[in-house]
Design a protein around this ligand. Structure first.
Ligand SMILES: C[S@@+](CC[C@H](N)C(=O)[O-])C[C@H]1O[C@@H](n2cnc3c(N)ncnc32)[C@H](O)[C@@H]1O
Length: 383
């Protein structure tokens, strides 16, 4: 039932209830009790129905008011929500934008990952190239070192060559004089009819040999000679001692074969009497931290001191500064004023030997330079 009809029924019921009350009063006054009661009952029923419809109308009015209030409130809420919705939409747009940027950055990161792999490869290659370059540099510097040492060696050889050719020139000029000296020596030692032992090759030169002979012959007393490296020089020295009538030559030889050759030559000239030919193998010697292969000198007679030390061995092939140990090892076996003849001082190693002796021993002074050898004097008093 709609609202209008309810209102009409309500009004009709109100009229009915009112009329029934009036009629019931009239019949009550008229003392018509039964009708009055019936009318009152009708009035009550009509009143209840009336109250029912009245309640429905009130509820409908309340409903209607509520509906309008709700609708108003919704409108207000919608109006208020609008800015929030706009902001939410903007936020969503912003979020989408950020997601898009993140997506793009992810792509860039993947790209960067492959770039960094490439970079790592480049770094590996670079370090390999650097290692190779360093190796090349080391090799270059070692080559430079070798070139420098070759240049040094070259300079040494050049100066040795210069010295050799200077000596050769001087020797050529000296040949007539040397022949003369040789003849004089021959006449003095063995007479005109016998030749002196041959010189040349590995033997000392005529000037060294005649110097040794002259020193032996001119010595104040019968001299003792110590020779390192035997050969023709041993024969010449022994002949000089024979002529002088005294003195001894002790000759050390490390090679058994050359020892035998020297012994045969001495026998051939009948001059073994004043010679002590000793086999002295080369053995390892340590001197001030340096190592040498040098003679075993244990068999040199202990009672002898020497006036002349002839250093013509070991051969240069036995190592660097092969003859250097002679003075450190034998200085205490030399008489004051003794002479030291070092052969082959045209070679760099023997020149270095002289330099070291001069620096290390105060008592060493230069006596005389010969064509291929150097004579020094040992002043033990100042050593
Ligand atoms: C320069 S030689 C000594 C020569 C000796 N003082 C002389 O004037 O006859 C040094 C050493 O070389 C060795 N030697 C000697 N004659 C040699 C030769 N013909 N060939 C190779 N080595 C030789 C010997 O061991 C000798 O002690």
């Amino acid at each position: 039932m709609n609202l209008q009809r309810s209102r009409t029924v309500y009004r009709a019921l109100l009229v009915v209830a009112s009329a029934a009350v009036v009629i019931a009063v009239i019949f009550a006054v008229l003392d018509r009790g039964a009708v009055a009661v019936a009318m009152f009952a009708l009035a009550i029923l009509a009143g209840i129905a009336c109250a029912h419809f009245r309640l429905r109308l009130v509820l409908a009015a309340v409903h209607e008011r509520s509906e309008s209030t709700i609708s108003r409130n919704r409108t207000i809420l919608e109006e208020r929500l609008q800015p929030f919705e706009a902001r939410a939409a903007a936020s969503m747009q912003f979020e989408n934008d950020i997601r898009e940027v993140i997506g793009r950055m992810d792509g860039m990161l993947v790209g960067l990952g492959s770039h960094s792999e490439v970079l790592r490869g480049i770094r590996r290659d670079t370090s390999r190239v650097t290692g190779f370059a360093e190796g090349q540099e080391r090799e270059l510097s070692s080559l430079n070192g070798k070139i420098a040492s070759l240049a040094d060696r070259n300079a040494q050889l050049r100066s040795a060559l210069d010295e050799t050719s200077r000596v050769a020139r001087e020797n050529l000029e000296r040949i007539p004089q040397a022949v003369e000296q040789y003849r004089a020596m021959q006449a003095r030692l063995v007479g005109d009819s016998i030749a002196m032992p041959p010189i040349g090759g590995w033997a000392m030169t005529a000037s060294s040999l005649t110097e040794i002979v002259a020193r032996v012959l001119d010595a104040e007393k019968h001299p003792n000679v110590l020779e390192l490296g035997s050969g023709i020089s041993t024969v010449w020295t022994s002949l000089a001692l024979e002529h002088r009538g005294g003195g001894t030559v002790v000759s050390l030889e490390h090679e058994q074969q050359f020892l035998g050759d020297t012994a045969s030559s001495l026998r051939a000239y009948g001059s073994s009497k004043r010679v002590r030919l000793i086999h002295a193998p080369l053995k390892r010697l340590e001197l001030g931290g340096e190592e040498f292969a040098w003679y075993d000198i244990g068999r040199i007679p202990h009672d002898l001191k020497f006036d002349l030390l002839v250093v013509d061995g070991p051969p240069g092939a036995a190592g660097a500064l092969t003859r250097y140990p002679a003075l450190p090892m034998l200085a205490d076996r030399l008489n004051p004023g003794a002479l030291i003849l070092l052969d082959d001082t045209i070679r760099p190693e023997e020149r270095r030997t002289i330099d070291r002796w001069s620096k290390e021993f105060d008592g060493v002074v230069l006596e005389r330079r010969l064509d291929k050898a150097t004579m020094l004097r040992w002043n033990a008093a100042t050593s």
